[in-house]
Structures are given as structure tokens and as C-alpha cells.
Design a binder for this molecule. Structure first.
Ligand code: 5AD
Ligand code: SF4
Length: 511
């Protein structure tokens, strides 16, 4: 097995270094990493600099191959939300170009955990799994371990890693994931743990490689960070201020993906409804969607997450008129009590949320509305929870992710005095969950017997004669079929509702 020459198709300005070390800029250039001159000083501009370090790492990988008879292997473990999942694809893409073979096995040459910290149990999971990695590393001292992502931006977590997990080789954060190749190279030269955490950034580095998990669907970051500072949430502290990508860059990326066979994109941001507000030439999220809609070959557009306070009539109109935007809106409620919403700094009331949800259901009747709810926020009483349950019943959420409030150090809510006892939080959680499941079942059952388009995503894990896909409204459907259907949109008869999903068959095919 040898390191194949990978030609990266780039569609950006790339600094090429010819043999004399002189620079020339070209458009739509194919980069051959094996031909980059890695003996000169690294370029200062990005992403050129990273391609230089990828090329350097490839040389190291070739040496590794000569010594070990195989290429080095790397495992990227994603522990967080869809934003993190997209970051993990970029990390995997960089590692592939740096000469690694990707594996799912954590007992390997290089392991990187892309961490989450939105709730404390996410942090605990990292500590637990690091213990396991330490066991592997004792048997294989050449193993390298890296940590990155949201949890690393938290000073207290970083301190704990430094103190108690000294076997970790490399730590970086959310703002510099694009630098993985350079950091990897530097950590090989360093003795001990290399830590590179940035508090903030205003830069967005485009055109890095990525290794997509699915061939037919992809996440696209449209913005990074969050300016909302909901009082329970650590995200603004670990992901920094809102930064929108240029619409041209987003459209270019989606066009390239559709040419590569992608049928569905998920536009990602902590608060997509405020997309574009801070660009030099401001543009609204709805305007961006209109442009994305025009991309030929693209079949489905999804997005998340929407903040209710910023959801415009223009967006509802664009969704209503669109043939491609999926009939699904994720609209986090967090609480149905106006008093708690105020303490959460959500900047809407119970009534405003109900009015908005009602308007959306009226304008787009076949839409599914899903939500996030936190139970046990400081000061929440059983009466407040009743208000939340009232909203769940009135809106009839198609699905809801319910979370036990988790105290995050540094957030305003962590300093509130009236923290709710755990027993009360858990009781409230179970009570809410029952109601949420009721409305979700009712909503799902409404589609019984209908014929609807399903994008087939994978062969069913437990029954290999079935494949699994999603409706435009995000409901899961299982139909008889094989792997040849993956990535195709097929009409399915929704025969049997089983709680939150359907068993169906492809129209025209026998059951
Ligand atoms: N405790 C519990 N849930 C939280 N979320 C964010 N911060 C916390 C916290 N401290 C939930 C919110 C958000 C989702 C991604 O995570 O509901 O919408
Ligand atoms: Fe956190 Fe609120 Fe920003 Fe969402 S909108 S990431 S809940 S601060």
C-alpha cells in the first residue's frame, strides 16, 4: 500500500511556489501536494500555509510507511452537534491529505476527540473516554492523542486536562481547527503537550479539504458563533461572536457539492436567522435561501437553528414558495413561561412564541415544527413547567429534544441563587417527556397512508432487507430496498406508523 498522489481540486486563489520559490496566483488550480516545495519557508497566507503543512505531514507518513509497511491511521471522534460534525469532516479531510488512513477504531496511531460542552455530561464523557485512550497509549507509546472543540475553550476544562491528562499530545479549540496540519507537525517536534487555544477570531478560512460522511448530503456552515447570550448557554463563550460567511463562498461550496452528487444540504449556524447582518454588504437569511434554491441539481435544503426572536415573515414567505426547502423548522422554545424566558434572556414571551408558531402552521400547513426545551432552569416552579406543557400541547410539536438544565460555569444562570433540586428537575423532565411524546406520536400519525418522497440514507442496521430515509419534514421511513437506493429520492407509501417513524414501501413495488 503506498501513499497515492492526491490531486486536490481547488477553486480558489492558491499561492503556488515554483522551483525558484517564486509565487504565482492562479484560479481553479489543481494542487498536487506531493509536488509542493516543503523545504522553503511556510507561506504566511491561508489556506496555502495549511496545504504546505499537509504536504510536510505526507512526507512523514511516507517515512512511517517505509518503517511499518503501512500508512499511519487516524480516528476522528465527533462528540457534539451538527456544527461539530461538520468540523469533524474537515478534520478528517485534513488528516487524509496529511497522509493518514481514516479508521473508526480508537486504538490507533492518531485519535482526535472533537468535544462538546453544552451540558456537563458531555465533559464527563470526554474524561471517561480519555481514560480508555490512556490504556491504549500505554501499550502503544507512539500513539498520539489530540483534543479540540468547544470543551477546550473552557479554561477550567483545559486546566484539568493539563493537570490530570498529561498523556494528551495536542489541544486546540474551535477557532483554529483549520490549523490541524500545522499543529500536528509542530506537536511532533514538541516535547509534551502542545496547547493552542484562541479566545476569539474574526477570520474564516475557506477551501480546506473535507471528508464527507455521506455522499448525498452535507452540512454547510453559513455562520459561526453566537451573539445572543442566553443566560444558561456556554456557546457564545466557546464559539465566539457571530461571523457570517460571504454568500458567494457559500453558493460556490454548494454548487461544487451538487456537482459531486449531493442532493440535500443543511445550512448550519447557531442562529441562522441573523445570518448576513454583519457583512459589509448585508443580506438576509431569506435572501440567501432564494439564491441557494436556484442551484441546479440541488433537491433539498434544510437549515438549523432558528431563534424565534429573529424569524422573519420574509423567511416564512420564502419557505412557503420554495420547492426545495424542507417542510421542517427547528424552533427552540426552551421554556413556555414568560417569566423564565426573561431570566433566560430569550427576548420573546410565551404569547409571541405561540403567535409565531401559529403563523407558521397557517402559512405552511404541512410543516413539522420541532423544538428544544430545558427543564429545571433556576427558579423554575411547577407552575412554570405547566406553562411549557401548555405550549407543547398548543403548538403540537412534531418532536422535541428535552434537556435537564445543566449548570455551566461562567454563564449568568450558574450564578443564580434559586437552583432547582435534582429530584424536582427529574420529575419535571419525566412529566414533560410524556406530553412531548404524546404530541409527537399524534403528529407523526397524521401522515398514515400518504405517498411522500423519501431521501434514502442507509441500509437498515437491524434488518438488511430494508433501507432508511427521511421525508421532507424529517420523519424517518423504513422501506424494503437495498444499498443501490442510497442517495435517491423515491416516492413511498406510508403504511404503518410506529410511534415516531413509518414502515412503508416504494410506490409501485409490492410489499
Ligand atoms: N443546560 C441544558 N440544556 C442546554 N442547552 C444549552 N445550554 C444548556 C444547559 N446549560 C440546550 C438548549 C439548546 C440545545 C442545543 O441545548 O436547549 O437549544
Ligand atoms: Fe446558546 Fe442561545 Fe446562542 Fe442558541 S441562541 S447558541 S441557546 S446563546
Amino acid at each position: 500500500m503506498s501513499l497515492k498522489t492526491v490531486r486536490l481540486k481547488t477553486h480558489f486563489l492558491f499561492l503556488l511556489y515554483d522551483r525558484k520559490g517564486e509565487k504565482s496566483r492562479e484560479m481553479n488550480q489543481e494542487i498536487d501536494l506531493d509536488k509542493l516545495d516543503i523545504h522553503i519557508e511556510p507561506p504566511t497566507e491561508e489556506p496555502d500555509r495549511q496545504y504546505y503543512f499537509m504536504a510536510k505531514c505526507r512526507e512523514w507518513a511516507k517515512d512511517f510507511e517505509r518503517e511499518n509497511g503501512r500508512l499511519p491511521k487516524a480516528c476522528v471522534v465527533n462528540m457534539g452537534c451538527q456544527m461539530n460534525a461538520r468540523d469533524s469532516e474537515k478534520l478528517a479531510g485534513i488528516l487524509e491529505q496529511a497522509g493518514y488512513r481514516l479508521t473508526e477504531n480508537e486504538n490507533t496511531d492518531f485519535v482526535i476527540f472533537n468535544t462538546c460542552t453544552v451540558r456537563d455530561n458531555a465533559n464527563q464523557k470526554v474524561y471517561g473516554r480519555l481514560g480508555e485512550l490512556n490504556g491504549y497509549k500505554r501499550k502503544n507509546p507512539h500513539m498520539k492523542i489530540a483534543l479540540c472543540g468547544c470543551m477546550m475553550q473552557e479554561p477550567s476544562a483545559l486546566e484539568k486536562i493539563r493537570k490530570s491528562y498529561g498523556f494528551v499530545d495536542l489541544v486546540f479549540g474551535t477557532h483554529n481547527i483549520y490549523k490541524l496540519a500545522e499543529l500536528l507537525w509542530n506537536s511532533r517536534q514538541a516535547s509534551g503537550m502542545l496547547v493552542d487555544i484562541w479566545q476569539e477570531t474574526d477570520r474564516i478560512v475557506e477551501d480546506l479539504p473535507s471528508d464527507r460522511k455521506y455522499s448525498f448530503k452535507s452540512g454547510i456552515n453559513i455562520m459561526f458563533g453566537c451573539n445572543n447570550f442566553c443566560s444558561y448557554c456556554i456557546v457564545p463563550y466557546v464559539r465566539g461572536r457571530e461571523r457570517s460567511r460571504q454568500p458567494g463562498e457559500i453558493l460556490r461550496e454548494i454548487k461544487r457539492l451538487t456537482e459531486d452528487g449531493v442532493a440535500e444540504v443543511m445550512l448550519l449556524g447557531q442562529n441562522v436567522n441573523s445570518y448576513g447582518k454583519n457583512l459589509a454588504e448585508p443580506i438576509t437569511f431569506a435572501q440567501l435561501l432564494r439564491e441557494v434554491e436556484k442551484i441546479e441539481g440541488l433537491r433539498r435544503i434544510r437549515f438549523m437553528t432558528s431563534h424565534p426572536k429573529d424569524l422573519s415573515d420574509e423567511l416564512i414567505q420564502v419557505m412557503k414558495e420554495s420547492k426545495k426547502i424542507c417542510r421542517h423548522l427547528h424552533l427552540p422554545l426552551q421554556s413556555g413561561s414568560t417569566r423564565i424566558l426573561e431570566r433566560m434572556n430569550r427576548r420573546y414571551t410565551k404569547e409571541q412564541y405561540l403567535e409565531l408558531a401559529g403563523k407558521i402552521r397557517r402559512e405552511i400547513p404541512d410543516i413539522a415544527i420541532t423544538t428544544d426545551i430545558i427543564v429545571g432552569f433556576p427558579g423554575e416552579t411547577p407552575e412554570d413547567l405547566e406553562e411549557t406543557i401548555d405550549v407543547v400541547r398548543k403548538v403540537k410539536f412534531d418532536n422535541a429534544f428535552t434537556f435537564l438544565y445543566s449548570k455551566r460555569t461562567g454563564t449568568p444562570a450558574a450564578a443564580m441563587e434559586d437552583q432547582v433540586p435534582e429530584v424536582q428537575r427529574k420529575e419535571g423532565f419525566d412529566r414533560l417527556l410524556r406530553v412531548v411524546q404524546e404530541t409527537a406520536r399524534e403528529q407523526t400519525a397524521r401522515l398514515q397512508g400518504r405517498v411522500m418522497d423519501v431521501l434514502i440514507e442507509e441500509v437498515n442496521e437491524s434488518d438488511k432487507s430494508m433501507v432508511t430515509g427521511r421525508l421532507s419534514n424529517n420523519t424517518i421511513v423504513h422501506v424494503p430496498g437495498d444499498a443501490s437506493l442510497i442517495g435517491k429520492i423515491v416516492p413511498a407509501v406510508l403504511d404503518e406508523c410506529r410511534g415516531f417513524y413509518y414502515i412503508g414501501h416504494i410506490e409501485g413495488q409490492k410489499l
